[in-house]
Write a protein that binds this ligand. Structure first.
Ligand code: 5AD
Ligand code: SF4
Length: 425
């Protein structure tokens, strides 16, 4: 989401005549786009700000700006800690950045108003190169999970008109993009007039040149039968569903105000697996939420075993100011959170390995993204299930070299928990 937002910021500034510099050291303006989801994210930003302060000391004319959720979340504390900031802009203020940067004077220009209407629908982001593009379909969130700061820093849910999305994805297809990932905090809550998310998926699927469609991040409570049907029947919509469960304990889920219980969630998983052939499932988990006892954590471990996710993002609970759970505080020690997180990660690594090993011997179409990080002439791409496939870019004599953007069939030879080692089929 922040990568996509930075691309919007880049487009806003380019329109105003700015060009991008390769390195912060060469720039006249340095903007940090920030995340406030956990304390750790904020610590990283403060560390980077201290580095940039040194840059500003040697070149006082450089304008420094802090953008995004952290700017929105704790603007007061930030201004106290970083008096050298010239601009502080929240997620709905990017349109005004040229004006804010252009202002003379020593006082920082601060704009952290949230705007229910701002979707940047008319601004085509500066998409990077590559076969995949991330396209924001909706902004904000109305769910107010007790632990989460997002609704406070990104404001209310609003969807981008389908016509703008169609135009944008059409342009991307024209530039050689093969895969779009529709983005939103609760992307499947998308609704514009009569167009719900499943209808949007079908519309996007009608665009020639786009071969694969994914979306991130859905909310389990908004997975409708028509969405399951759209994934199952529309060949371009890839068989991977991210279903953040957060906890396997009903008591904790209720305290988190997630809006579902474990049994409902498992019923959803069963319906998804019955309808979508070979679907991969991933999830998000928080350990150590206020009040989480050993038995609640064990319930989370049980659910991980029961579902068998292909992958998971796992986090220690981080108390966030402004959220509903803020006043409850932190009942689980940092040490205990660490223990729980390690146990969960170890379990998930086992599960990921098991799920990936089950692919050995099978064939998949892979959208080639480019050379694999490990080099050696190896290429990398994703299977429909969003698993990383690594394979030699050419076979024996006579076979043309595989290029980014191609879709090739590969057979899985071996697997780790993180990738599939394959050969061209
Ligand atoms: N502490 C830890 N993890 C959090 N997340 C959201 N808020 C918090 C928090 N306060 C996690 C959730 C969410 C993911 C994007 O970040 O698991 O799904
Ligand atoms: Fe945060 Fe819950 Fe909204 Fe996700 S659905 S962004 S966890 S409030």
């Amino acid at each position: 989401m922040n990568v996509a937002d930075s691309q919007t910021v880049s487009a806003v500034l380019r329109r105003a005549g700015y060009v991008s510099a390769e390195r912060a050291e060469d720039a006249d303006v340095v903007l940090l786009n920030t995340c406030a989801i956990r304390e750790h994210a904020e610590e990283k930003v403060l560390h980077r700000l201290r580095e940039l302060a040194r840059l500003k000391q040697s070149r006082p004319e450089v304008k420094l700006g802090l953008l995004g959720c952290m700017a929105q979340h704790n603007r007061v504390a930030i201004m106290e800690k970083a008096a050298f900031l010239d601009v502080v802009a929240g997620p709905d203020s990017y349109r005004r950045l040229p004006e804010m940067l252009g202002r003379a004077g020593d006082d920082a220009s601060i704009d952290v108003r949230l705007d229910r209407a701002e979707t940047y629908a008319d601004i085509t982001p500066d998409y990077g190169g590559g076969v995949r593009a991330y396209v924001t379909a909706m902004r904000g969130c109305d769910k107010f999970c007790a632990f989460c700061v997002v609704p406070y820093v990104r404001g209310r849910e609003r969807s981008i008109p389908p016509s703008d999305l169609m135009r944008e994805v059409g342009e991307l297809a024209g530039r050689g993009v093969k895969e779009v990932v529709l983005l939103g905090q609760t992307v499947n809550a998308y609704r514009f007039g009569d167009t719900d998310f499943s209808a949007l998926l079908k519309m996007i699927a009608s665009i020639g040149g786009i071969e694969r469609i994914r979306f991130m991040s859905p909310h389990p409570g908004d997975v409708s039968d028509s969405l399951i049907e759209a994934i199952a029947t529309e060949p371009k919509v890839q068989p991977h569903l991210h279903l953040p469960i957060q906890s396997g304990s009903d008591r904790i889920l209720a305290a988190m105000e997630r809006g579902y219980m474990v049994a409902e969630y498992l019923d959803l998983v069963a319906r998804v697996r019955a309808a979508i052939l070979g679907v991969a499932l991933s999830t998000d988990i928080i350990v150590g939420f206020h009040g989480e006892e050993d038995s609640d954590f064990e319930a989370t471990m049980d659910i991980m075993r029961a579902v068998g996710y292909d992958s998971a993002f796992m986090f220690k609970y981080s108390v966030r100011e402004h959220t509903r759970a803020f006043h409850l505080g932190d009942s689980v020690s940092e040490e205990e959170k660490g223990r729980r997180l390690s146990a969960l990660i170890a379990l998930q690594e086992e599960m990921s390995l098991m799920r990936n090993r089950a692919m050995i011997g099978r064939e998949f179409p892979v959208l080639v993204e480019g050379p694999a990080r490990r080099g050696g002439g190896m290429m990398a791409g994703k299977t429909p299930q969003f698993k990383t496939a690594i394979f030699a870019g050419d076979t024996a004599a006579g076979v043309e070299r595989v290029r980014a953007g191609d879709t090739v069939n590969v057979r899985v030879d071996s697997a780790t928990g993180h990738s599939l080692m394959c050969s061209l089929a």
